[in-house]
Design a protein around this ligand. Structure first.
Ligand SMILES: Cc1cc2nc3c(=O)[nH]c(=O)nc-3n(C[C@H](O)[C@H](O)[C@H](O)COP(=O)(O)OP(=O)(O)OC[C@H]3O[C@@H](n4cnc5c(N)ncnc54)[C@H](O)[C@@H]3O)c2cc1C
Length: 257
């Protein structure tokens, strides 16, 4: 059986500059007739832009009336970043079937969302979907106050510099609500690794209580990996360790290297 995600051709119907660093692309056309949302509010698609073969991942901001909305961050240099700054209306792109990860337990009484600009589309869609009190920490370089639904308590944070994030530090200082809840976070990968450690070691959260995803790799992460994850993973599995324990050991090995 093939595990390859189904692909759909789509046309760029509209392009709207939401802010200096965020561009909205509205996709449509007959190729999307077979597209189906998972209903999971952080669902994403792989996007392939004209003349390229490699995909980049984008959150489905909305899928309604045959229109698929993606909000694309334009940063320094990048394949989609550079393409999205052009007049792309009328061009044909390819998107994969969506996948989602957000899985808030039914007994969660609150939700914390933390992320940078790449996570803002998912945070907005999640906040629109859930019916528990929601707090958001958004580290974004632009003024986007109307982007999140009304009624959500938001702390807007400035990134320390272009292409940098200090979300790990922010999360370590959060005053955690009492009772059962859910924590969702996405952004720069090194920050996310630090947060996973914090949630496991200091907050002792079970993995069902949080979802932390690296959406892009910052400068430090682009350096060759000092520690090969393969042997750490195999040894951990052979010893019957959980994924969380293995990743924590891998992080420690990386820190020592
Ligand atoms: C599940 C998932 C959902 C995502 N949803 C969104 C979304 O809704 N909107 C969105 O804009 N992004 C989203 N992202 C992140 C996006 O896929 C990456 O930022 C992607 O690398 C951008 O592609 P690019 O072609 O612009 O840059 P690339 O060609 O991939 O990268 C070029 C260079 O830019 C760096 N870089 C990549 N992204 C950033 C950034 N954000 N800031 C600074 N430097 C960067 C890279 O390290 C690389 O050196 C998501 C990622 C995942 C995994």
């Amino acid at each position: 059986m093939s595990t390859r995600a189904q692909q759909h051709d789509a046309q760029v119907l509209r392009r709207e500059q939401l802010s200096d660093h965020l561009v909205r692309l509205v996709l449509g056309g007959a190729g999307l007739a077979s597209f189906a949302s998972t209903g999971v509010p952080d669902e994403w698609v792989g996007l392939v832009v004209p003349g390229q073969f490699q995909s980049r991942y984008y959150t489905v901001r909305s899928w309604s009336g045959g229109e698929l909305v993606l909000d694309v961050v334009v940063h320094d240099v990048g394949l989609v970043t550079e393409w999205a700054q052009l007049d792309v209306v009328g061009q044909t792109v390819t998107v994969t079937d969506p996948k989602g990860s957000f899985e808030m337990p039914a007994d969660a009484r609150w939700l914390l969302l933390v992320g940078d600009l790449t996570a803002l589309p998912a945070m907005a869609r999640i906040a629109e979907t859930v019916d528990v009190p929601t707090r958001v920490w958004a580290e974004v370089p632009d003024e986007l106050t109307g982007y999140l639904p009304a009624g959500v308590e938001v702390t807007w944070l400035d990134p320390p510099a272009a292409g940098e994030s200090r979300l790990a530090e922010v999360v370590a200082g959060i005053d955690w609500p009492a009772g059962q809840g859910y924590f969702w976070m996405a952004g720069e990968s090194a920050q996310m690794r630090a947060i996973r450690k914090h949630l496991m070691r200091e907050r002792h959260l079970p993995s069902s209580a949080y979802d932390v995803m690296g959406y892009w790799r910052g400068v430090a992460q682009r350096q060759p990996r000092a520690v090969d994850p393969g042997p750490v993973w195999r040894a951990g599995k052979a010893a019957g360790k959980t994924d969380e324990q293995i990743w924590a050991e891998y992080d420690e090995a990386g820190d020592r290297a």
